[in-house]
Design a protein around this ligand. Structure first.
Ligand SMILES: [Zn+2]
Length: 270
């Protein structure tokens, strides 16, 4: 019996009064309170930030915010370029893992820059970062006069970076985590993209650019599609789709085409 409960002469509790003023005990079991959301990259269940931060070492599945795209791509830009940047929830482990490779893309965009004054700081950071790297001399390419004419980059790191940003925009646009079975392909260079002209045209006709921060830094498109009798069309329902087409456009200089398909669905001809 709790305070406020009423009972009959025989001791029965009157229906509807039991526990009226008795507080329910809070259930602090980690399974019900701690884990609610998942990392949008690896799908790991996240430990709430408040709980994770009380631990001696931040747990690998502790909740963190991660910017899409990485913050270093905004280096040197005014605050107006950084408004409304998009974020996702990620585990601490993924956040750390991606931060190790994110500077590579900044360095690449930085040294692609020729005369864009807004990108000056990216260029300075890129050159500094490349020259201070322990294997700098192996990465630089020289001409016969000993002048630097190029730098080697790891395309694996770029793909990992695009994968992160693609999973991020999927999560932002569809409020969903990309299913494990998705097969994801990146087409990085304009020459290879030419073979996918119908998909590029499809993307051009079926979606407006969306922006994180500012279109000069990062804009993207992402469209779920279905295939009926060999005809590709847009669908708003993810469940009806056989995959998504996407474009990631960095600094209006680096365009990446992404094709994500559910593993059991094969596109024979587009
Ligand atoms: Zn993760």
């Amino acid at each position: 019996m709790g305070k406020g409960d009423r009972k009959t002469k025989k001791g029965k509790i009157i229906i509807g009064t039991f526990g009226l003023k008795r507080r329910h005990k809070k259930n602090n079991s980690p399974n019900t309170i701690t884990f609610i959301k998942r990392c949008c990259y690896c799908r790991e269940k996240l430990i709430k930030r408040k709980i994770a931060s009380k631990q001696l070492y931040y747990p690998s599945n502790g909740e963190t915010d991660d910017h899409i795209p990485q913050q270093c791509l905004y280096e040197g830009y005014n605050v107006e370029f950084k408004l409304n940047r998009k974020k996702v929830l990620s585990c601490y482990k993924c956040n750390q893992k991606f931060s190790e490779i994110e500077n590579d893309l900044r360095d690449f965009i930085g040294i692609l820059n020729i005369d864009n004054i807004n990108q000056e700081e990216l260029t300075i950071s890129g050159v500094k970062s490349i020259l201070s790297h322990r294997n700098a001399s192996e990465r630089l390419c020289y001409n016969k006069n000993g002048e630097v004419i190029g730098v080697d980059f790891s395309f694996d790191n770029f793909d990992l970076n695009h994968l992160k940003n693609f999973k991020g925009i999927y999560n932002i646009e569809f409020k969903n985590i990309i299913p494990k079975e998705y097969k994801i392909k990146f087409i990085n260079d304009p020459y290879s993209q030419k073979k996918f002209t119908p998909i590029l045209t499809f993307l051009e006709n079926n979606d407006d650019w969306k922006v994180s921060g500012h279109e000069d830094i990062f804009r993207y498109k992402i469209i779920p599609f279905k295939n009926i009798n060999g005809e590709i069309s847009k669908t708003n329902k993810l469940s009806d789709s056989i995959g998504v087409f996407s474009l990631l456009h960095y600094h209006k200089s680096l365009l990446i085409l992404v094709i994500g398909t559910k593993k059991d669905k094969i596109i024979k001809k587009i």
